[in-house]
Design a binder for this molecule. Structure first.
Ligand code: TRP
Length: 366
């Protein structure tokens, strides 16, 4: 039996610049996976069509953010020589696959998808859910299966999408023929990276809450945001014992700091555990912790920002990279679509048997 290829597909909706939550939750990992050399193919998709499912009235927002997301990808180290970066809407085959998969999914099953449920509530869609939005898990299954992805590295909020994709694959293969591949989800390895809270302590970083630190933020912007972060509201005086759990400053440190950072910027402490112990006991001020966090984050984000500035100098070249990636993605998706259609026996003009059979039926009656 031929060895199964290891194929990655993942992506992001282009509704804003990417922030440090995307970075620790997925981008950093993607670059590591890319550079591990363990994968046969890597596809990174800018999901503009999916973004339009809840931004139908604002295509300009999506259009503007495609380049932002591409710049964020490249500046984090995604390399077009190793990863195929492409734009979802440019691959018409994905829409066609979605249309056939729709017959394999019930409305009741879509209604149970917890991520879609949460998003419907968040967007006040209850009374008027766009059909396209409601069915985006099916389109996401098309994204994944078109490339026969075996691994989908995403955040835990995407778990229901991968589960739904696996169900569609099983149903398709059982109903028609073994064409599609069941993907596995790859969650962030570090617990603190599952989801970074906003700088205001709210559970999610979101543009509308204005609580994000962006990869493209300047040094000064990052510093202002960190020094203004929400911490333990009961930690009023330095002597007061402080709460570490759920404190966003410590959650960020969990995600970003390493023991080397202590030696370099805060040598009174060996590691994060010691710093946390002191904070919990009392006697450690927020400003000191925030200054340390700022030093750590500046060190991590400076090279990304520098690379971004370089890429920003040649924007037409970025579109060129996306065009080449989209051409490559289309070739792959088109092969899968051909296989899907022949499994469903809707490839009439290539089906010599069908034509012969129909011809015979009519010669015998005439
Ligand atoms: N739903 C993903 C998000 O909101 C984006 C996405 C679209 C995606 N299609 C995908 C992710 C396929 C992984 C695989 O971020």
């Amino acid at each position: 039996m031929e060895k199964k290829e290891k194929i990655i597909l993942t992506g992001d909706r282009p509704t804003g610049r990417l922030h440090i939550g995307h970075y620790v939750g997925s981008l950093k990992r993607r670059v590591e996976l890319q550079n591990s050399g363990e994968f046969d193919k890597i596809f990174i998709m800018i999901a503009d069509a999916q973004a339009l499912t809840d931004n139908a009235d604002n295509p300009e927002k999506v259009r503007q953010n495609i380049i932002e997301v591409a710049l964020d990808y490249l500046s984090c180290g995604l390399d077009p020589a190793k990863s195929t970066m492409f734009i979802q809407s440019q691959i018409a085959e994905l829409t066609e696959l979605s249309f056939y998969y729709m017959n394999l999914v019930t409305v009741a099953r879509l209604q149970r998808n917890p991520t879609v449920k949460a998003e419907i509530q968040m967007r006040d869609f209850e009374a008027s859910i766009p059909v396209g939005f409601f069915t985006y898990p099916i389109s996401q299954a098309a994204d994944i299966t078109a490339f026969k992805a075996t691994i989908v590295p995403v955040g835990e909020d995407q778990m229901p999408m991968i589960e739904q994709t696996r169900e569609i694959v099983r149903k398709f293969n059982a109903t028609y023929d073994e064409v599609l591949v069941e993907p596995d989800i790859l969650l962030p390895s570090n617990k603190s990276c599952l989801r970074l809270p906003g700088t205001d302590g709210k559970a999610k970083m979101s543009k509308s809450l204005n609580n994000c630190i962006y990869l493209s933020d300047s040094e000064a912007e990052i510093k202002t945001k960190i020094m203004g972060m929400y911490t333990d509201p009961n930690h009023l005086k330095v002597e007061d014992p402080g709460q570490v759990d759920g404190n966003p400053v410590f959650i960020y440190l969990d995600a970003f700091s390493r023991p080397e950072h202590f030696a370099k910027y805060l040598p009174d402490y060996e590691n994060l555990d010691e710093l946390k112990t002191h904070y919990s006991r009392g006697g450690l001020g927020d400003v000191k912790v925030k200054k340390f966090l700022n030093a750590v984050m500046q060190e991590e984000l400076a090279p990304i920002r520098t690379r971004r500035k370089e890429f920003e100098k040649d924007i037409p070249e970025i579109y060129n990279i996306l065009k080449k990636g989209s051409d490559e993605a289309r070739r792959v998706a088109s092969n899968t679509l051909d296989e899907v259609k022949s499994a469903m026996k809707i490839n009439y003009f290539e089906d010599v048997e069908l034509i012969k059979e129909q011809a015979q039926k009519y010669t015998s009656t005439n």
